[in-house]
Design a protein around this ligand. Structure first.
Ligand code: NAD
Length: 443
């Protein structure tokens, strides 16, 4: 089928590449000219495992094209996806200026029946606003063109995005049009060969499904962090508690890891946006507010540990930091816990020597050159001249380190583990003090 995708970020580029891989002819549009130029040269602007070969292959064989020209891209498509960002505005609600901007440009160029599919995470009611924006552009130029607006929220996870896209758990289609639903079923048929993964519902329910999924996942994390904080104070080990509760199939082992807070481009903004939506309709979503508040405080936990360990004075100290990305297998730094930690350390007069397998360039893009940040080429290089080691991203490469080497390199033999990667006894045997999240001891 002929597909156009607006937005070549994590969602748009992965979706475009996977749809092209299935034999569709995909045109990806972005307003960021330098991004489009890089993509045309075969450079992938983001790190996402498995993405590069799919993009290169399909670009080379003409199945996947990149452009900044909205008019040609709209003319190309039977189905147009909107996959642009929906960042929070000042009060935490989703800012729809990019989504509605795309809707207007579709309306300016649409000349035959097309299905407009919204993949961006947007508040309930946005499909109606997209419909209105397209219709008003059509009527401004006196055009009479039929179209449908469908909600098809995206559930891919950064770091596993290609795999999630090729083998989705579910494909939610929110639509009141049989014609549009039929076209999407056809487009997604290759992803449904094993069994039908489509869940068809009304548009508003589809829009809310995405927020409910992210809010549920964020709630699991904040719940575990709350229990971890209690564990710390009562002398219990959250890692044993985690396994104890995970064994109940009603709870399960998935996604109940305590840590230094969740980040990324989705959970923080989506929990906030859902809370604001609820407030807007007169419902005080207390649980969502608490999820957000617990996470906010959790992000300062490692700094509090470090500061306390150094008697409230880290001025002139150097902290080695392992991990910068908001989670492993990505270079995405949006709302990463590392940022809050580094900013607190800098504010208190410390220097950070950081290593991340993928997020070095992104960190440099965000913070530029500064005297109190040294970006290192390896985990062990980050330890050179450091007083202590803090871990904030659970990259596999950090899971079995050489503790003797860490011990020898650090001025103070101490690890602050924001992801509970290690067994305290093992680290202590190597002669290092160990502070994890909820491991039964406060500093
Ligand atoms: P992103 O910031 O990585 O990419 C968005 C892209 O849209 C940018 O390249 C930007 O230049 C482009 N853009 C903006 N306005 C445009 C326009 N008028 N025409 C064409 N391109 C335009 O965003 P993302 O992380 O891919 O997220 C996109 C949406 O999907 C968001 O609503 C997000 O909440 C949602 N989502 C993201 C993820 C994820 O893991 N990143 C997962 C599921 C859903």
């Amino acid at each position: 089928m002929k597909v156009t995708i607006f937005g070549t970020g994590y969602v748009g580029l992965v979706t475009g590449a996977c749809l092209a891989e299935m034999g569709n002819h995909v045109v990806c549009v972005d307003i960021d000219e330098s991004k489009v130029e890089r993509l045309k040269r075969g450079e992938i602007p983001i790190f996402e495992p498995g993405l590069e070969p799919i993009v290169r292959r399909n670009h080379a064989n003409g199945q996947l094209e990149f452009t900044t020209e909205a008019s040609a891209a709209v003319a190309h498509a039977q189905i147009i996806f909107i996959a642009v960002g929906t960042p929070p505005d000042e009060d935490g609600s989703a800012d729809l200026k990019y989504v509605l901007g795309v809707a207007q440009s579709i309306g300016r160029h649409l000349d035959r029946y097309t299905v407009i599919v919204n993949k961006s995470t947007v508040p309930v009611g946005t499909a109606d606003r997209v419909h209105k924006a397209v219709a008003s552009e059509l009527s401004a130029r006196g055009a009479q063109v039929e179209f449908d607006v469908v909600s098809n929220p995206e559930f891919l996870k950064e770091g596993d995005a290609v795999e999630d896209c090729l083998r989705p758990d579910r494909l939610v289609i929110g639509s009141s049009s049989e014609r549009a639903t039929g076209m999407l079923r056809k487009l997604y048929a290759p992803f449904n060969r094993n069994h039908d993964r489509t869940v068809v519902m009304d548009v508003r329910s589809a829009e809310l499904t995405k927020y409910a999924a992210n809010a549920m996942l964020a709630t699991k994390i904040s719940f575990m962090n709350e229990i971890a904080n209690i564990a710390e104070l009562v002398g219990a080990d959250i890692e044993l508690v985690r396994q104890g509760i995970g064994s109940d199939p009603r709870i399960g082992y998935h996604f109940i890891y305590p840590g230094a807070g969740y980040g990324g481009s989705c959970f923080p903004k989506d929990v906030q946006a859902l809370e604001r939506t609820a407030r807007g309709v007169g419902y005080p979503a207390r649980l969502l507010g608490a999820v957000e508040a617990v996470n906010h405080d959790q992000k300062t936990k490692l700094f509090d540990f470090i500061s306390h360990y150094f008697n409230g004075d880290v001025r002139g100290r150097t902290i080695a930091l392992w991990g910068l990305a908001f989670k492993p297998n990505t270079d995405d730094m949006r709302e990463a816990s590392s940022r809050r930690l580094m900013e607190a350390l800098w504010e208190a007069g410390a220097t950070v020597r950081a290593y991340d397998p993928q997020a070095r360039h992104e960190t440099h893009r965000v913070y530029g050159d500064r005297n109190d940040l040294v970006l290192c080429d390896s985990a062990y290089q980050a330890l050179d001249g450091a007083d202590a080691l803090a871990i904030i991203t659970e990259w596999k490469a950090f899971r079995s380190p050489d503790f003797a080497r860490i011990r020898a390199a650090l001025k103070e033999p101490v690890i602050f583990d924001g992801r509970n990667l290690y067994e305290p006894a093992v680290v202590e045997e190597a002669g290092l003090a160990y502070y994890g999240i909820g491991r039964g001891r406060s500093v």
